[in-house]
Unconditional design. Structure first.
Length: 199
């Protein structure tokens, strides 16, 4: 199968997985149900993703892929830490409150096995947080920020950026924010973050 054909097919399968996840939850989202929804063979899903956990881990990883690439590219260049944070903050917030992320988090909350939650941590936060940490450490080294522990600084950044917005989205209390609202919240976050961690 050609790469572009496979990529297109994977997107169809992953969209089907979100639909099944919303309808049946993680426990009820069998590979067979997803295959039927995607009009694909069960064998294809197992060959490409390994198992259900592999498939949903791939969904989380796809959500984080652009953020990961953006951070890695900026960290390789001479982009200043402040510029990196200004670019990553709205992108990260947009991903975290997206319909896809909310569907995954709702399902993880209802999954008593904890498998989906572990996949979200491994392919999501545990992939992005170390790159944010590297950015903040560079900011500290260059005198832009001052903090004692990197973990605390990362947590502060994420707390200011996301707060309880993702939870309120997940329980249906607020609608998805517009791009303008995301940009405004990201800007406010960065202003407060720099005030709190000013050298």
């Amino acid at each position: 199968m050609k790469d572009d054909t496979r990529t297109k097919r994977q997107k169809q399968i992953e969209l089907a997985a979100y639909r099944v996840l919303e309808d049946k939850g993680f426990a009820g989202a069998s590979m067979l149900a997803i295959a039927k929804q995607a009009k694909a063979s069960n064998e294809t899903l197992y060959r490409w993703y390994g198992d259900k956990t592999g498939l949903f881990s791939a969904l989380v990883a796809r959500n984080a892929a652009d953020l990961k690439s953006m951070l890695e590219e900026h960290l390789r260049t001479k982009t200043t830490p402040s510029q990196i944070l200004a670019r990553i903050a709205p992108a990260l917030l947009g991903v975290l409150v997206s319909d896809q992320a909310i569907a995954l988090n709702r399902a993880a909350a209802a999954d008593s096995s904890g498998i989906l939650g572990q996949a979200i941590m491994k392919s999501g936060r545990n992939t992005i947080a170390p790159l944010i940490a590297e950015t903040l450490e560079r900011a500290k080294d260059e005198g832009e920020l001052m903090f004692e522990t990197t973990d605390d600084a990362v947590s502060l950044f994420l707390d200011l950026l996301v707060g309880d917005l993702q939870i309120r989205r997940a329980i249906g209390q607020v609608a998805a924010p517009s791009l303008v609202e995301i940009e405004r919240r990201a800007s406010q976050t960065l202003a407060r973050f720099h005030i709190l961690l000013a050298p």
